[in-house]
Design a protein around this ligand. Structure first.
Ligand SMILES: [Zn+2]
Length: 482
């Protein structure tokens, strides 16, 4: 919705001042040039008003910083920095509007905080009290999301897939019916190293303008293509009745959506693959820009506030940290996480990872996950998991042995099962070395050693080296893909 308001303001700027003055319009950020200070004040007021009128709640900071025309041409970066400083100052002065709820007033049934001011219709066609903010988010939000999907459809070659299916009304309509597990994926993504690139390489007004438009086009196109691929991957095996995703935010460097679990995973793989390809650096160029994605897969009943928060604050940050640790040299990263229900979403991710996935031992130290993954690695593991579908029971048992027992015992179990040759197919398929990505060239089963790989993509382990196992990652992907 913020995106849409930004767009409406963008149109106003274009018609009142001209398209040439726009520097940046993405997400809920708008930067443009105006002819004088007076005009600057007018726009500051106008922007604030627009946001407040439409949402009834959002806080918006605006700043106008005077500049001589010559400055735009000779010290563009400094001009931008100055404007940003002004904006930061303003940001610290914005306070939330305190709504007052009297003890005898009905509260909103959605946020349970603000006073109800009217009624809304639930997906079950019941009338429930709602506050204006929640009502706006719900009703307006739905309409806008539909429009966004339509626009995404226009980006891809076969629009058919996007147009044919109705958008979902609620989270439990994302997965197809009659599935044992109705997995919902929450995806949050963000660009890496964009600031660095902007500061070093973009020193002209013209290149800033061009860059803004390019990044917008690239993310839209990549998101549309990735969603199309993700849908095609699942549609063949399941009949979709509704669109298996709902876009929440897509602008500039930020992206977020809800999707049916498998579609969310495929999306992450294709989106990072496409943006990695688009931003592959020229020869001899160090450091690159890329995207990191956090993907939480959980059941459709998990509260949205909790899942969004965990995905953005924990998973996305984990993925970004891993990209940074590699010096932004290897492209995007994806951190996926399976929490079968809301109460299994960890309060502290770092602590959870250590307890669940690290097994220090006398013979060897073992890490039970390769996450965060590159697009290529995720693609490889997804394909492998799908090949192993008919052996899922046995694979889950092998993985459980590693999670619950000691690495030594689990390894023995693996070798024992393999030698019994009762499920030859499982081990043949598992250990097949086709299409192994270069970053996994040391991959072996059940465990392998990789001197370059860091534990959780971020930790240099000081005490002894770590071996890795990929069985748990495969088992979790199998659970999600079903
Ligand atoms: Zn409310």
């Amino acid at each position: 919705m913020l995106d849409e308001i930004t767009e409406s303001l963008e149109r106003d700027v274009e018609s009142e001042l001209g398209v040439e003055v726009l520097l940046r319009a993405a997400g809920s950020r708008l930067e443009f040039l105006v002819p004088d200070e007076e005009e600057g004040k007018y726009w500051q007021k106008k922007i604030k008003q627009r946001f407040f009128e439409r949402t009834g709640s959002s806080l918006v900071a605006t700043a106008a910083s005077p500049v001589k025309v010559k400055g735009l041409l000779t010290e563009f970066q400094e001009v931008l920095r100055r404007a940003n400083r002004e904006l930061e100052k303003e940001r610290n002065l914005v306070f939330p509007v305190a709504g007052e709820a009297l003890p005898f007033e009905e509260r909103c049934s959605i946020c349970k905080k603000r006073v109800a001011e009217g009624w809304y219709q639930t997906p079950e066609k019941q009338l429930e009290p709602a506050c204006r903010v929640c009502y706006t988010k719900r009703e307006k939000g739905r309409e806008l999301r539909c429009r966004m999907v339509k626009k995404l459809g226009e980006e891809v070659v076969d629009r058919e897939a996007f147009v044919r299916l109705e958008p979902p009304d609620s989270l439990n309509e994302l997965p197809p019916e009659n599935l044992a597990h109705k997995w919902v994926a929450v995806v949050y993504g963000d660009g890496n190293n964009f600031g660095g690139v902007l500061q070093q390489k973009i020193d002209k007004l013209a290149s800033a303008l061009q860059w803004t438009q390019r990044i917008k086009r690239v993310t839209w196109k990549a998101a549309a293509q990735a969603l199309r691929e993700a849908m095609n991957s699942e549609e063949a095996s399941r009949e979709l009745k509704r669109l298996p995703f709902q876009m929440l935010l897509l602008g500039g460097e930020d992206i977020s959506l809800f999707a049916w679990g498998p579609v969310g995973l495929h999306f992450a793989r294709y989106f990072v693959e496409l943006t990695d390809r688009e931003f592959a650096p020229a020869q001899d160029v160090k450091g690159r820009i890329s995207f990191s994605l956090g993907v939480l897969v959980t059941d459709e009943k998990a509260p949205v506030f909790r899942t969004l928060n965990f995905t953005e604050e924990e998973l996305l940050k984990w993925a970004k940290r891993a990209a940074r640790e590699r010096g932004y040299e290897r492209g995007g990263t994806i951190a996926f996480f399976l929490a079968p229900s809301a109460d299994q979403i960890p309060g502290d991710l770092d602590d959870f990872l250590r307890r669940a996935f690290l097994k220090p031992g006398k013979v060897m130290n073992l890490c039970l996950t390769l996450r965060p993954l590159s697009a290529e690695e995720l693609g490889f593991l997804i394909d492998k998991a799908r090949e192993l579908r008919s052996y899922s029971g046995s694979l889950l048992r092998l993985a459980t042995a590693f999670v619950k027992g000691s690495p030594k015992v689990a390894t023995l179990l693996y070798l024992y099962q393999k030698e019994r040759k009762r499920e030859k197919g499982l081990f043949d398929e598992l250990e097949k070395r086709e299409k192994v990505p270069p970053t996994l060239r040391e991959l072996m089963f059940p465990t392998f050693f990789s001197p370059e790989r860091k534990v959780f993509g971020v930790d240099e382990q000081k005490e002894g080296f770590y071996h890795f196992s990929v069985l748990v990652d495969l088992a979790e992907l199998l659970k999600i893909l079903g």
